[in-house]
Design a protein around this ligand. Structure first.
Ligand SMILES: NC(=O)c1ccc[n+]([C@@H]2O[C@H](COP(=O)([O-])OP(=O)(O)OC[C@H]3O[C@@H](n4cnc5c(N)ncnc54)[C@H](OP(=O)(O)O)[C@@H]3O)[C@@H](O)[C@H]2O)c1
Length: 277
């Protein structure tokens, strides 16, 4: 995509954090942005902030785990703009701690929001893109889905799942004109991280000189860059994530298991992650 000027970009989870920062970055590039999240009042504040960039902004309050809300979202966008050029599946919720202690309803809800909803929204929008032989689906997952740490078992599974979905989908639509990208943020200073104690994270070696703690603008710019330059995958989070990624892909599983058993303190990791909710 040479330019984002006038392109119609849907961003889920646009009321805060990475989604809100991405909405600013897209609007700055001249895109017409569709803001999606549950909190209508906050969404309307974000919409007011974006007016400065001079493009039409649409706010569609929706719970992405609700089928009716998704149908209404797509219908509203098509009625308003007629097309969707970019879909950013960014909304997500976190969950951490001892896997067995997760509430069953919360667990189901997280899987619905983090994995099923982006797949379903893609299912609703992809045929429109395929018919136009153009469009870009950008899925925001997490390095958590690569490093697969204890204490993030359930959350990491949803992030890995969305990453796997994105790779397979890219192969499925290859040659159709539709692009698929994955952005994997590392620790990012958003509402999601507000619940975490940074000191405890440092003590558990989750934050160290080889990891990054980014402002939301970092993944937001990576999302826009992926849209402009068709980056297939952008891995953020620092050198430790890259090494972890290589270890997971190249070394025998027992080496990675040994890393978590011997070099990291499993109990500490699970205790720290519990703050994620
Ligand atoms: N922060 C990090 O360290 C980090 C690291 C790696 C990956 N990520 C990923 O980045 C993405 C964005 O997270 P963030 O850090 O920016 O967190 P955040 O500030 O908590 O934002 C989450 C967004 O998702 C929306 N959302 C949650 N449930 C929703 C639902 N059912 N329907 C519609 N919208 C919903 C929230 O809006 P409402 O509450 O208004 O609905 C909010 O706008 C997530 O997918 C997360 O997994 C974050």
């Amino acid at each position: 995509m040479d330019s984002l000027n006038n392109k119609v970009v849907i961003i889920t989870g646009a009321s805060s954090g990475i989604g809100k920062a991405a909405a600013h970055e897209f609007a700055k590039q001249g895109a017409r942005v569709v803001l999606v999240a549950r909190r209508a009042d906050i969404l309307s504040d974000v919409k007011k902030e974006l007016v400065q960039y001079g493009r039409e902004i649409l706010s569609v309050p929706a719970d992405i785990s609700n089928e009716e809300d998704l149908q209404n979202l797509v219908q509203t966008v098509i009625q308003t703009f007629g097309v969707v050029d970019v879909l950013v599946n960014n909304a997500g919720v976190s969950m951490g701690g001892d896997f067995c202690e997760h509430d069953a309803n919360d667990l189901k809800k997280m899987v619905e929001i983090n994995l099923y909803a982006p797949m379903r929204l893609t299912q609703l929008i992809l045929p429109l893109m395929l018919a136009r032989k153009q469009g870009h689906i950008i899925n925001v997952t997490s390095v958590a889905g690569i490093v697969l740490s204890p204490g993030q078992t359930a959350y990491a599974s949803t992030r890995s799942g969305l990453t796997a979905f994105s790779h397979a989908l890219r192969r499925e639509v290859a040659g159709s004109g539709v692009r698929v990208s994955i952005i994997l943020p590392g620790w990012t200073k958003t509402q999601m991280l507000e619940k975490m104690d940074l000191e405890k994270m440092r003590d558990a070696k989750l934050l160290n000189p080889f990891t990054t703690l980014d402002d939301p603008q970092v993944p937001a710019r990576a999302i826009v860059d992926a849209a402009l330059h068709n980056r297939k995958q952008v891995l953020l989070g620092g050198i430790q994530v890259r090494v972890g990624d290589l270890m997971t892909r190249l070394s025998p599983i027992r080496i990675t298991d040994w890393f978590y058993r011997v070099l990291m303190n499993k109990e500490k990791l699970i205790a720290v992650m519990k703050d994620l909710g």
